[in-house]
Design a protein around this ligand. Structure first.
Ligand code: FSX
Ligand code: SF4
Ligand code: F3S
Length: 393
């Protein structure tokens, strides 16, 4: 119990200091920590560790570079609440260089970047927003007389962590779509090494904040997939958790914008929704605090696959998606025969299928399920003719 009290005391003290420093209510601060813990898929109780890290850890210096993009990534972060970005900037990270948010301009801005790099050598976090043009020695994007290529290489050399925010920096995004006249490229391509990526156009602000807070809380960046995306946010297809999935499974589709299916919230697959081939957590955490339906599919627009290289800004918007991990109703155990004779037959078939799987592996299961369907179909036909006979009698 002593330990528990100590933890509670520490928690109370941390919360009190956070309230004072962030000038937000205890409820808002805890809500913010819980949101990040949930976003990262951490177990219950992790919000206390996050709260402690935010309150006690030294704020990491962040240098944020902008190249070929629309500034939507920054805009998306500005829409984050609990608490608002101003407070995050001042109290969670030390945003020492950010071209669109800093008051300094010209030589002063350049000096701010150099000073931050020198003062936090080897410790700062470099965030890059936007693609980097490589064609013609990178002349298509310059800041302060330096090409984006030179700037990014210079800033990355002494960074503790490098994060590509948005699809443009992660894989080229919109600026790299054909014919890509400037040779717009991703941060990883330019640096020649993997970086953490937070794709999305714009990316979800909580995925970025959770990544930074993970760095603060655990002293390292989160686990990533082969494309550099934090697994906590990009390991599931949007389609797996979509609120319209029941309509997909039932075969109810909107066929045109504004038709009756669209108005009733049916699945948007036939309008080109790329949710079935796009990995991201949009369908589970939504965007910002705009209330319900706060993500593309939620408000009636098909997902364009903006987090996915080779899908977003590449495939035509209305082209139907490639199905990955499709689990249509045919692969589900049938439930229609659960009453009467069919039930025991179906159970026996399912048991046989499972026994087959245990002996022969997953492939066997598929085969057995297929066979059980055929057998079920035969049984259903038999039942049907029997019912017909009964009716005739
Ligand atoms: Fe824009 Fe960012 Fe899209 Fe790109 O977000 S929202 S074009 S991902 O780099 O500013
Ligand atoms: Fe949702 Fe799109 Fe999948 Fe339909 S196709 S269920 S709208 S993700
Ligand atoms: Fe982008 Fe699709 Fe999410 S368009 S924001 S990945 S729903």
């Amino acid at each position: 119990m002593g330990d528990l009290n100590e933890i509670f005391d520490l928690g109370r003290e941390t919360l009190h200091r956070a309230e004072q420093r962030l000038d937000i209510s205890r409820r808002d601060f805890l809500q913010f920590c819980s949101t990040l813990a949930v976003t990262m898929g951490l177990p219950s109780g992790a919000e206390a560790a996050i709260a402690k890290a935010i309150e006690t850890a030294q704020r990491p210096s962040v240098i944020w570079l902008h190249f070929q993009e629309c500034t939507g990534c920054t805009e998306s972060l500005l829409r984050a609440e609990h608490p608002t970005l101003e407070k995050l900037i001042l109290d969670v990270i030390s945003l020492d260089y950010h071209e669109t948010l800093m008051a300094a301009a010209g030589h002063q801005a350049e000096a701010a970047r150099k000073d931050a790099m020198a003062a936090h050598k080897g410790k700062y976090v470099l965030v890059v927003e936007g693609a980097i043009p490589l064609k013609d020695n990178g002349i298509y994007c310059k800041v302060g007389g330096h090409t984006a290529v030179d700037l990014v290489k210079e800033c990355a050399a002494d960074a503790a962590a490098v994060i590509a925010i948005g699809s443009c920096a992660s894989w080229g995004g919109m600026p790299s779509s054909g014919p890509n006249p400037t040779g717009a490229s991703s941060l990883a391509e330019v640096l020649g090494k993997p970086v953490v990526t937070i794709p999305g156009c714009p990316p979800n602000p909580y995925n970025f904040l959770a990544t930074v807070v993970h760095f603060l809380t655990f002293g390292k960046l989160p686990e990533v997939d082969k494309l550099g995306r934090p697994k906590f946010a990009y390991s599931r297809l949007i389609h797996e958790h979509c609120e319209r999935r029941a309509h997909f499974d039932a075969g109810r589709f909107a066929m045109q914008f504004g038709d009756s299916g669209h108005r009733q919230g049916y699945c948007l697959y036939k309008l080109g929704c790329k949710g079935p081939e796009t990995y991201a957590n949009c369908s589970t955490i939504g965007f910002g605090d705009a209330g319900e339906n706060n993500w593309p599919v939620g408000c009636g627009h098909p997902c364009i696959g903006c987090t996915e290289k080779g899908v977003g800004f590449t495939k035509p918007i209305h082209q139907v998606a490639r199905m990955i991990n499709v689990a249509p109703p045919l692969q589900y155990p049938r439930i229609v025969e659960e009453q009467g004779k069919g039930a025991s037959f179906a159970s026996a078939a399912a048991l046989a299928a499972l026994a087959g799987a245990a002996a022969g592996g997953a492939a066997m299961l598929t085969v057995n399920l297929g066979l059980s369907h055929q057998a079920e179909e035969a049984q259903r036909a038999k039942n049907g003719s029997k019912q017909k006979d009964d009716a005739e009698v």
